[in-house]
Design a protein around this ligand. Sequence first.
Ligand code: ATP
Ligand code: MG
Length: 300
Amino acid sequence: MTEALTKTDLQGALPLVASGKVRDLYEIDDKTLLFVATDRISAYDVIMENGVPNKGVLLTLCTKTWFKILSDAIPSLRTHFLTLDLPPQIPDSLRPVLQNRSMQVRKLRILPIEAIVRGYITGSAWKEYQKSGTVHGIPIPAGLQESEAFPDGPIYTPSTKAEQGEHDENIHPDQAVAIVGEQYAAKIAELAVQLYKVAHAYALERGVIIADTKFEFGADLETGEVVLADEVLTPDSSRFWPRDSYTIGRGQASFDKQFLRDWLVKEGLKGKEGVRMSEEVAKVTAAKYREAWEKITGGN
Ligand code: ATP
Ligand code: MG
């Protein structure tokens, strides 16, 4: 198994401007960032000590492929993606490790909400619904079973974008208006659902149900236009279910982090800091990421 990359070191070639749970962002110039996906993995908002080999490459290629699929389907869509090519500032010695796990992106002012779209009721939405008949405070028809599709189509259920170390909080779409303003909120809500529908139909034909996903949008620094940012439709930002074993009334086997989450719960490690995944957990998770990527994109 190749060594997982949990830290990047560009040896001063570019300044580091931010480091998230998974990505390290470097500045190429005042309009452009190098967006590097490491092999770090988080579960229950905690980053594991060790990484999942090759995960960052899969996330990057998956995102690049989806940007193309989405842009082909929605010609007016703008994304932050520029190129997978590394900028000239990167020395030859660092190129092999950064190639295919980095993309050059347009620097944006990120609009600080997570634009979640849910096609199926599961996870925190299922929990809330059982308690109160609502999802993010939105009333939902009675009688839905776990994992069932929402009867009136996918719903837009934003969350706050928490500062590092804090948890994102599910909010009602009206609260997103208070955070980003009426115009941006309306545009994000419309675009997020449209993108989900395109992706859902595309994946379904290939045997994968996208149960829910999260988008991030930014405002163009010059024009203020809404631009699709971050990673898109990866196993980190989405719940992917195999279509052939989909059955309502229970939780679903998934291609994503579920294996890791289940292991953490079983071992009593849920939410604990400094956890090292066993070799097996890292390996199985790596295989799941690869499987999801190959199914949907054909490995391109
Ligand atoms: P965060 O650290 O912000 O809570 P995260 O842990 O998911 O989120 P990563 O995915 O590791 O973060 O890093 C990506 C970060 O880069 C996110 O904070 C995201 O909002 C930000 N980002 C994505 N695209 C752009 C862009 N085009 N311009 C500026 N920032 C961006
Ligand atoms: Mg992220």
